[in-house]
Design a binder for this molecule. Structure first.
Ligand SMILES: [Zn+2]
Length: 74
């Protein structure tokens, strides 16, 4: 019998807020919040730090939590 397909952990589903509970901002270690895309349900999404308000991109449903990829809203 072949082993079960490894489809449970894939980048093929949108991120949810639950995915962020174990992630923190790489700059300030603050908690992260998913920013809904407009219109709702469509990619791309971004992730915003609730402490320093930096915004991180999401590429192929993977959060890019790198300080030099963050954008600071003015
Ligand atoms: Zn932060």
């Amino acid at each position: 019998m072949p082993s079960a397909p490894a489809s449970e952990i894939s980048a093929a589903r949108p991120l949810t807020q639950a995915d962020l509970c174990w992630l923190t901002c790489p700059v300030c270690r603050g908690s992260l919040a998913l920013t809904p895309s407009e219109p709702a349900g469509t990619a791309p999404q971004t992730i915003a730090c609730t402490s320093c308000t930096r915004t991180y991109p999401v590429v192929d449903n993977l959060p890019i939590l790198l300080a030099d990829r963050a954008t600071l809203p003015r």
